[in-house]
Design a protein around this ligand. Structure first.
Ligand code: E4P
Length: 222
């Protein structure tokens, strides 16, 4: 499973990248709006920090505008993937952008049929939003399972990018279902690593080692 960071915060991206397990980054207008400075310059810095797909979202709502913005984003750096919303206009824009060789991440996907149409339009990634479905008492992970099955049935060349993952169990479930990618906030990535028994075990190993060293030193002194 590939791991993407779902943030536009450079500090988090640098720290995540230093762990050596980050394969890409997803941003959206809300995430970019939280950061200071020029979004274009920020995206370029992100591209230089992580050598993998970096999603940059269009904000136009008509196909023509989406294509214009998408071409602009894609022209900034070869790592940039154009994120389009899963609407009729987004579908048209995806068809145009993908036929020009630009990679598209279809975002705001909340149903298997939206994912099917996105793949048919040539999207390279579809992003089912798990957490936002859970938020409205609808099991988000079932959507991931449905999309993985549909894409497998027809061998679509489109990766399932499980998005809106809010905690480590979301990541575990998405991985068990065979999602190609999981995108998550930095705090969730850290949560994947953390285990109290690891911390406790390490503490004990180091204490025992120190104790043994002191005993050896005491023996040598006699
Ligand atoms: C994905 O690309 C989105 O940026 C993101 O996963 C949305 O997550 P949220 O529902 O926690 O805002």
């Amino acid at each position: 499973m590939k791991i993407f960071l779902d943030t536009a915060n450079l500090k988090e991206i640098r720290e995540g990248a230093a762990l050596g397990v980050v394969d890409g980054v997803t941003t959206n207008p809300s995430l970019l709006a939280k950061e200071s400075g020029d979004p274009e310059a920020l995206l370029l810095e992100i591209c230089q920090t992580v050598d993998g797909p970096i999603s940059a979202e269009v904000v136009a709502t008509d196909a023509e505008g989406m294509v214009r913005e998408g071409r602009h984003w894609a022209g900034l750096h070869e790592n940039i993937v154009v994120k389009c919303p899963c609407t009729a206009e987004g579908l048209k824009a995806t068809r145009t952008l993908s036929s020009e060789g630009h990679r598209v991440n279809m975002t705001l996907v909340f149903s298997p049929t939206q994912a099917l149409l996105s793949a048919k339009a040539g999207a390279s990634f579809v992003s089912p939003f798990v957490g936002r479905l859970d938020d409205i008492s609808t099991p988000g992970m079932e959507l991931v399972a449905d999309i993985v099955q549909i894409f497998d049935n027809y061998d679509f060349d489109c990766e399932v990018l499980a998005a809106s993952l809010r905690h480590p169990m979301h990541v575990v479930e998405a991985a068990k279902l065979g999602a190609h990618i999981g995108t998550m906030p930095y705090a969730v990535l850290l949560g994947l690593l953390k285990h109290p028994l690891t911390d406790l075990g390490l503490k004990r190993f180091l204490e025992d080692w120190e104790k043994a060293k002191k005993e050896l030193a005491a023996k040598a002194a006699h």
